[in-house]
Design a protein around this ligand. Structure first.
Ligand code: ZN
Length: 225
């Protein structure tokens, strides 16, 4: 054993923040105080056609940078930290205590290969570090849909309807299921998955890291506060 390792055993080095790689984090927090402040965290309620949905941040500033790093630069650690933040939010929110399953929005295998991971799944892995719930794995994405951002709401829904398949339905009956994703834009994905699992008797809820700043083209059935 090296002398340095021995010293570490006696006095473990404090954790460095995974978001900035600079500041030391206080015990019990998922990131340093500076990063957490920049993320402007609070639980925002989103109204999605009768499905209770929440977001902890807004897609702007530092939050936007981080979510883009996760998606385009494979920043796995940031996704895990944001997942822990979601887990802490769940711990605090009374309306979510009845949740039985966490359901990260599935990504098609082609995209997982390209990116290295499904960011929604990493969020869920971070969540369960602090909020003990099982991850529902009985849904797969069978179609590699087009990127949603270029499409109109009607086109998005059409595009998504056939994209998901349930492989384990019986555990859903009568259970609250929390659908988890990174960004809430129009709500089409969460609505599509919610109606699919509701068909098997589940009671859907939704949780997002950030809501889109401009919620355009919502057709009047999705509002954000
Ligand atoms: Zn930091």
């Amino acid at each position: 054993m090296l002398w340095q390792d021995f010293l570490e055993l006696l006095a473990p080095s404090p954790f460095v923040c995974d978001l900035c790689q600079q500041q030391i984090i206080d015990e019990g927090l998922p990131g340093c105080r500076s990063c957490l402040a920049q993320l402007e965290l609070r639980l925002r309620v989103l109204q999605v056609s009768g499905i209770p949905c929440y977001a902890v941040g807004v897609y702007q500033n530092r939050m936007k940078e981080l979510l883009r790093e996760i998606k385009y630069q494979g920043n796995y650690k940031a996704a895990f930290v944001l997942g822990m933040i979601l887990g802490l939010a769940c711990q605090e929110e009374a309306a979510l205590q009845g949740v039985r399953w966490i359901l990260p929005v599935p990504l098609h295998a082609n995209r997982i290969r390209k990116r290295g991971f499904n960011q929604a799944r990493v969020l869920a892995d971070g969540m369960i570090r602090v909020w003990k719930r099982p991850i529902y794995q009985g849904m797969i994405r069978i179609r590699d849909t087009e990127p949603q951002s270029d499409l109109s709401p009607v086109e998005r829904r059409k595009n998504l309807q056939q994209a998901f398949m349930i492989t384990d339905a019986k555990v859903l009956l009568g259970q609250q299921v929390l659908i988890v994703d990174d960004i809430f834009t129009t709500g089409t994905t969460v609505q599509t998955i919610a109606s699919l699992i509701a068909g098997y008797g589940a009671v859907p809820r939704g949780l997002f890291v950030a809501k889109s700043l401009s919620l355009k083209g919502l057709g009047g059935n999705v509002n954000a506060t």
